[in-house]
Unconditional design. Structure first.
Length: 382
């Protein structure tokens, strides 16, 4: 007799490009059927939706939102979700009022619902987090971003809940396939063509927005160049601060040491920048981009205020995967970069560590495995 598939509904905002590997794996499994209820876009956000690639597994829903999704309402087909699915994974962001209301209703009627949420949001205020955590306690099944977030909730008193960290990550197998497309000779030719030959390269990937504080890197560069005159910082990303950052680089007379690359989304085009770099630098709150850097074997430099980082910072260990500089301290940032660039053997050791982390603990294969484990637990426990 053919085993009955668990029917799973996922309620989320959009399916983004960085989730492709995860959904590719879920949608082809024989033991579960997954359908995603989501929007086709998020106005004001720099996110690309790939929902059209999964027409058989995605239902687009109407929505209204304000202030860049700081508050939103999704018009969900409640009856369909309740009647047609065994387990419901629902986004735990209470700013999406419809999802918070629907999740609460599912819990009241004893539907098997999994709250898929962050344990701690670096962008939220403490009172809002306190209220969100109180609300989260009504759910017996909680799926968080990392193992450290799961431990955070247990410390906060979530003793009776079944909590599982998915260890949010990227498609490391795809990254390593792309790396193979750049053998030494091809990369050497690319460096020569793009002016990277004989340069010591730092790379950053993020929106050129105030929250990412790229101006701190610009202010740190003059001091770094005194020690490392062939330094080049590559900032990959677009945003409304691009003009002001370029003007600042001219004011500081460091144009020869800075390259604003613009936005790049294709892994094949991103790869040579990562492979030509010695360090990944993110002066502000870091998240998934850190794991992207790990995938290419790059140690990471970021600030030391752990409560301000995204959940993926749980994969970071100072001295093992990179180093911290003192939060908002330009002198500390420049000195930390100089020290790291002077220590090649240390960077080589860190390269092994960071690649081991993303190969074994933080990637879409681990996410898939843990998602299915949570779904099975939900389906088989009252």
């Amino acid at each position: 007799m053919e085993k009955i598939k668990i029917r799973i509904a996922i309620i989320t905002n959009i399916i983004t490009t960085y989730r492709k590997g995860f959904y590719d794996r879920l949608f082809i499994r024989n033991d579960i059927y997954v359908r995603v209820f989501c929007q086709d876009s998020m106005p004001g956000m720099n996110l690309i939706s790939i929902h059209e690639q999964y027409k058989d597994n995605v239902k687009i829903i109407k929505y209204i939102s304000a202030k860049k999704e700081k508050i939103a309402w999704q018009f969900l087909p409640w009856r369909e979700i309740i009647n047609d699915f065994d387990v419901v994974f629902i986004d735990g962001n209470p700013r999406v009022l419809s999802d918070a209301l629907f999740a609460t209703y599912l819990r009241i009627i004893n539907k098997k619902v999994v709250l898929w949420t962050m344990a701690h949001s670096y962008r939220g205020n403490k009172f809002a987090e306190y209220i969100r955590l109180i609300w989260s306690r009504i759910f017996p099944l909680i799926f968080v971003y990392t193992d450290k977030e799961a431990e955070f909730l247990r410390i906060k008193g979530f003793k009776s809940q079944f909590i599982l960290g998915m260890n949010n990550g990227l498609d490391q197998k795809k990254i390593e396939e792309v790396i193979q497309l750049w053998p030494e000779e091809k990369l050497k030719e690319w460096k020569l063509t793009n002016g990277f030959e004989s340069r010591i390269v730092l790379v950053s990937t993020a929106r050129l927005d105030p929250k990412n504080k790229f101006e701190l890197v610009l202010f740190a560069i003059p001091k770094i160049v005194e020690k490392i005159p062939n330094l080049l910082w590559c900032a990959i990303g677009g945003g409304h601060e691009e003009v002001s950052l370029k003007n600042l680089s001219r004011t500081l007379r460091i144009e020869d040491h800075v390259s604003f690359i613009g936005p790049i989304y294709e892994e094949e085009k991103l790869a040579p920048y990562f492979l030509s770099s010695q360090l990944f630098v993110h002066p502000a709150s870091v998240g998934l981009s850190m794991l992207h850097a790990f995938g290419y074997g790059l140690p990471v430099i970021t600030h030391d205020c752990s409560t301000l980082h995204g959940p993926e910072y749980g994969a970071f260990t100072p001295g093992l995967t990179g180093r911290n500089y003192i939060y908002n301290d330009i002198s500390s940032l420049s000195q930390t970069i100089i020290q790291m660039l002077d220590e090649q053997s240390e960077r080589n050791r860190m390269k092994e560590s960071v690649q081991k982390i993303v190969r074994e603990l933080y990637n879409v294969d681990v996410m898939e495995e843990r998602f299915v484990a949570m779904a099975n637990y939900a389906a088989n426990h009252n």
